[in-house]
Ligand binder design. Structure first.
Ligand code: TXA
Ligand code: MG
Length: 337
């Protein structure tokens, strides 16, 4: 299949909408990461997303809207808490898990009785949803297991020849996926940290829990609240080891070998004696989020085999950075002090 490259021109956005109405797959930019979109209400079209990505079929997709009026047919309840979060954070990088209606096909919900709804703030994402005239199911537009794509080039690398089109809207500004919060049962609970922080959610809702699996490895036999938590994620080819504590630079310099590399803060690069790739600056969580996935892909391009990574601080948006990196490392953490 020839993958058409589209721009964010008005004609190309209309073309993307037309493709989506026809049941085709189009990768689109959002403020978080690029998404691989299909008409969320068209089961066979959604099934092709799983094929193109090599995604396990029980892993549900998020449904993207461009107008609050689109929600009503998709869910059977929209509690007060959802209303408050929508007012505070939509459009933006927040996905709410709600009880699904019968309109959501089994392909989209992965067989669950809930559905994740997100209202992205990227103007091109909104324009494509409006042009399609239907809510769009869209997981991150990477091959399953690979780092999520933050540029059209990353999407092309993973999915060229497997999907109908890629719409290039430039690099993503948040860089990690949306925060996923469930409002479908009991106390609101974060299933995946992202661009909207725990502190921001607490400021609006009061009590908000963080699911155990956000910061810890699932125990054997423990049920994943979010199917995505149980799969290997964000993994480059190299073995990544998270190094926690100081002195990081001295530790890495003392352990260099063939194929060793560092995944570090910008400030570390000059003092390191091994090839290094930075993901943002120390203490600047937004820059770490924006640069992490590109840095992971870069390490593969360099042919790195063992990567000593700075262990980020799980605060603010840093919680999302920590959550992604610890999965990329397969939970291998080394404490050095
Ligand atoms: O920022 C984002 O959320 C991006 C952009 C494209 O919008 N999308 C994204 O989708 O990251 P995906 O499919 O790569 O990740 C969605 C995560 C998965 O871990 C999935 O298991 C979880 O959300 N999820 C989706 N629906 C769910 C549901 N009904 N219940 C629990 N978890 C759900
Ligand atoms: Mg994903």
């Amino acid at each position: 299949m020839q993958t058409l490259k589209l721009t964010s021109s008005r004609e190309d956005i209309q073309k993307a909408g037309e493709f989506l109405r026809q049941g085709k797959l189009v990768a689109i930019p959002t403020e978080t990461v690029y998404g691989l979109a299909a008409d969320a209400l068209n089961g066979p079209a959604v099934a092709r997303i799983f094929q193109a990505k090599g995604r396990p079929q029980d892993n549900p997709l998020i449904v993207h809207i461009a107008d609050l009026a689109q929600i009503d047919p998709l869910v059977t309840a929209f509690p007060d808490s959802a209303q408050k979060l929508a007012e505070a954070f939509w459009p933006g990088p927040l996905t709410m898990i709600l009880p699904k209606s019968e309109r959501i096909p089994v392909e989209t919900s992965g067989g669950l009785d809930t559905v994740g709804i997100r209202f992205p703030s990227h103007p091109v994402a909104s324009a494509v949803i409006r042009a399609a005239g239907t809510p769009l199911a869209a997981p991150s537009a990477n091959l399953s297991g690979s780092p999520s794509p933050t540029t059209a080039y990353h999407v092309e690398h993973d999915l060229s020849g497997k999907i109908e089109a890629i719409l290039d809207g430039g690099p993503c500004t948040v860089g990690v996926e949306s925060t996923v919060i469930t409002l479908a049962e009991g106390t609101p609970r974060i299933l995946r940290p992202g661009g909207i922080t725990w502190e921001q959610l607490q400021a609006v809702l009061g009590q908000v829990e963080v699911d155990h699996a956000v910061l810890h490895q699932l125990e054997q036999g423990e049920r994943a609240a979010s199917p995505g938590m149980k799969y290997k994620h964000y993994a480059p080819k190299a073995r990544i080891i998270l190094v926690e504590g100081e002195p990081y630079v001295e530790y890495v310099n003392a352990h260099q070998g063939d194929g060793t590399a560092a995944l570090c803060y910008r400030e570390d690069c000059a003092a390191l004696h091994v090839p290094s790739v930075s993901f943002g600056a120390a203490g600047d969580y937004a820059s770490q989020a924006r640069e992490l996935f590109d840095a992971l892909r870069h390490l593969d391009d360099m042919g790195a085999r063992v990567v000593y990574a700075r262990c980020p601080q799980p605060q603010g948006v840093g919680m999302a950075v920590y959550n992604r990196l610890i999965r990329a490392a397969g939970f291998e953490v080394l404490r050095i002090d």
